[in-house]
Design a protein. Structure first.
Length: 135
């Protein structure tokens, strides 16, 4: 691969920001990454800083899925209650149809709850397996 800026010079690495090949003259080391000297340094520093905040992305992702599953479950319960109340205490076909729609929506949210929770469990399992496996 050739340097993006000096077409006749062999590249020593790739800019973390723009993915261009860089020679020694054009490359600037920013943290543990390369950046285009004078062009991408600030952006690569921000990328490195952001990456440093995500100390355990698998755990954060699993927690996000768990929270989503709880939210889906809450909505499912609300839809089931609303559908049941509409079917029990209303008169008229339109209200009954809406009651059935609420029950079906609640069932769909319940399925989403279990699928999202299953994803969280899989992510946690994957994280534990990765930690147990020495590199």
């Amino acid at each position: 691969m050739q340097c993006y800026y000096h077409k006749t010079v062999q590249a020593v690495g790739i800019c973390k920001n723009c993915q261009r090949g860089l020679c020694k003259k054009c490359a600037e080391v920013v943290g543990d990454a390369l950046a285009c000297r004078g062009d991408c340094e600030d952006h690569v520093a921000l990328l490195n800083q952001h990456r440093g905040k995500a100390t355990n992305p698998d755990a954060e992702q699993a927690e996000t899925y768990r929270r989503a599953a709880k939210t889906y479950l809450l909505y499912a319960v609300c839809f089931f209650v609303a559908g049941g109340l509409l079917l029990q205490f209303t008169v008229g076909d339109q209200a009954k149809v809406f009651g059935y729609v609420c029950l079906i929506s609640g069932a769909a949210l319940l399925v989403g709850t279990f699928r999202t929770r299953t994803s969280a469990v899989r992510i946690e399992k994957y994280r534990r397996e990765r930690q147990a496996t020495p590199e």
